[in-house]
Design a protein around this ligand. Structure first.
Ligand SMILES: Nc1ncnc2c1ncn2[C@@H]1O[C@H](COP(=O)(O)OP(=O)(O)OP(=O)(O)O)[C@@H](O)[C@H]1O
Ligand SMILES: [Mg+2]
Length: 243
């Protein structure tokens, strides 16, 4: 990366939902261009992703992305950070692909014709020009996920948060997407339960029951994580299932 990277500053973050602590005392500060977040089902990864995008307000602590307090300054946050949800159906609001892609651009203040031109360029870039008028209902889950990703990439955020981006995608789509993301100028925060997704990342945070268990170079954290997951998976105690 030649550009200076956007800083992410997460400070003493707590998130309590319905009296239940979901995240406790999470702090980190990054300059890396490629950050991974790994953890078991229910460890709080998606909650952290939403907090980092400013979609939920922390119970205590703060998140700043490129200097923007993302929960407080929603307008500035739109340019600073984009998020791909784990479930595309939680993200999509419009009936057609073009409308869905145009929405975020319009929110960012682009004129209608400018937004439309950017929608077409983005679709072209993915070889999906023929999806312009497609009804989103007629697309498969993986295809809908790609629509969401294109919608976010079109907005060119400084930081891109991807919550299990590869989960519903076939191998060629995953490989193409991986290459595309590899070329992206955005800082990537990739949330996953699968260590293989994070090979080559600069740094990985391991989230365990709502707390940071390890934070360090990807190879080191992923090795510890894999060992621990294999140890747990080898046991017969199913009370441990998914945390
Ligand atoms: N809106 C909510 N209301 C109540 N509990 C919630 C809510 N959102 C999350 N939780 C709880 O917070 C915990 C963490 O959930 P989260 O979705 O962040 O985990 P995750 O690490 O993303 O899991 P997965 O790997 O399954 O996607 C879970 O115990 C979940 O039940
Ligand atoms: Mg999740």
């Amino acid at each position: 990366m030649t550009n200076p990277t956007a800083q992410i500053e997460v400070d003493a973050l707590d998130c309590v939902i319905e009296h239940k602590p979901i995240l406790s005392g999470v702090s980190f500060r990054t300059d890396e261009a490629r950050l991974g977040v790994i953890g078991r089902n229910g460890s709080g990864k998606s909650t952290l992703a939403r907090l980092m995008a400013g979609l939920i307000t922390p119970s205590a602590g703060s998140v700043r992305v490129a200097g923007v307090d993302v929960a407080r300054d929603r307008k500035a946050a739109l340019g600073a950070v984009g998020i791909l949800f784990q479930n595309p159906d939680h993200q999509i609001i419009f009936p057609t692909v073009a409308e869905e892609l145009a929405f975020g651009l319009r929110q960012q203040g682009r004129a209608k014709d400018v937004a439309d031109a950017e929608v077409r360029t983005t679709l072209d870039g993915f070889g999906k020009a023929h999806w312009y008028d497609a009804s989103i209902q007629t697309l498969s889950q993986g295809q809908r996920q790609l629509v969401c990703l294109m919608a976010i990439l079109a907005m060119r955020p400084q930081v891109l948060i991807l919550d299990e981006p590869f989960a519903g995608l076939d191998i060629p789509t995953r490989m193409q997407l991986s290459r595309y993301l590899g070329r992206s100028q955005a800082v990537l925060v990739h949330v996953t339960h699968d260590p293989q997704d994070l090979a080559g990342y600069d740094r990985v945070l391991w989230l365990d029951q709502g707390q940071l268990r390890h934070d360090g170079p990807a190879a080191d954290v992923l090795e510890r994580f894999t060992q621990e997951m294999t140890r747990i998976g080898g046991g017969d105690d199913i009370s441990d299932l998914a945390g």
